[in-house]
Ligand binder design. Structure first.
Ligand SMILES: NC(=O)c1ccc[n+]([C@@H]2O[C@H](COP(=O)([O-])OP(=O)(O)OC[C@H]3O[C@@H](n4cnc5c(N)ncnc54)[C@H](O)[C@@H]3O)[C@@H](O)[C@H]2O)c1
Length: 268
């Protein structure tokens, strides 16, 4: 018996020149690095972010380097805006092969001090956002023969961190949402995976360190606690996302991929 991976023309197969990716949170940090990497890999990339100015700047920079990139302003917590983002992508490009959900927020407060507003906002951006994006984009990804959804998780989806109740809860929920979606859409060829970085050299971690009285000490402490004794890099995260969006990952779905220098290996 011959078992053959029947690759469609989307992110599970076909030429990369025709592929279209939406990257939410693409205006900053890891999302910006992912958008840049996919664009260099010849994807057409929609940099979708609530920050219109930064999304435009990222798109301008990449376009100046000859890449096919467009900015898009979207609040991922608003279903109307998410639907409009997907509709506009379909109208201008006719297909969606990959969805990368990198938009996220965090706020530092203990459970006792975490406000109702902060809790709701963090859960809305970090969990409802990916849900709404999948809800509207997945049917189009399936229609082109399948493709990839990559959700940006965190080691804090499996570990507790004092001061981040809503963020930890949101990333734990995201992991299970990804598994659910992976099973539900496996037959459509839509692969759903989570990339789970520990602290990296950009984005939310560096913003958190910058707010501390002694940023270098925070970075040094986190670096020391890593088995590899260093932070992850945006390039390493982007490379993993690019792989998950490539035909080489055609049989990987429902996975939570640690990108943490062996930190997850410490857990039973
Ligand atoms: N930076 C790290 O070290 C690190 C570590 C682990 C996980 N992560 C995860 O990586 C992803 C990217 O985070 P980052 O560190 O690059 O952060 P970042 O703050 O640099 O980027 C997040 C982006 O999301 C956008 N955004 C926020 N709310 C939005 C909304 N409602 N709608 C649309 N866009 C919105 C912001 O404008 C920003 O551009 C997140 O999911 C984060 O949880 C980051």
């Amino acid at each position: 018996m011959t078992i053959r991976a029947d690759l469609g023309s989307g992110a599970n197969g076909g030429s990369s020149a025709s592929r279209v990716a939406i990257v939410t949170g693409g205006a900053s940090g890891l999302g910006e690095a992912i958008a840049g990497r996919l664009a260099r890999d010849q994807w057409t990339v929609l940099v979708a972010d609530i920050n219109e100015r930064l999304a435009q700047q990222v798109a301008d920079n990449l376009r100046a380097a000859g890449r096919a990139v467009e900015p898009m302003t979207v609040d991922v917590t608003d279903e109307g805006e998410v639907a409009a983002m997907v509709d506009a992508t379909m109208e201008h490009h006719g297909r969606i092969d990959a969805l990368v959900c990198s938009a996220a927020v965090e706020a530092r407060a203990s459970i006792v001090d975490c406000t109702d507003d902060d809790w709701q906002h963090i859960l809305d951006v970090n969990v409802k956002g990916p849900f709404l994006c999948m809800k509207h984009a997945v049917p189009h990804i399936a229609a082109t023969g399948g493709g990839a959804v990559v959700l940006m998780g965190s080691v804090l989806g499996a570990l507790g961190a004092p001061g981040y109740p809503a963020y930890c809860a949101s990333k734990g929920a995201l992991n299970n949402l990804a598994k659910q979606a992976a099973i539900e859409h496996a037959a459509d060829g839509v692969r759903v995976n989570v990339v789970s970085p520990s602290a990296t050299d950009t984005g939310l971690f560096m913003q958190m360190a910058a707010r501390a009285p002694e940023p270098d000490k925070v970075i040094e402490m986190v670096t020391r606690s890593s088995p590899m004794r260093r932070l992850g890099t945006a390039g390493e995260v982007a490379a993993t996302v690019a792989f998950l969006c490539s035909p080489g990952a055609a049989y990987i779905s429902g996975a939570i991929i640690p990108l943490d220098g062996a930190m997850a290996a410490r857990r039973p």
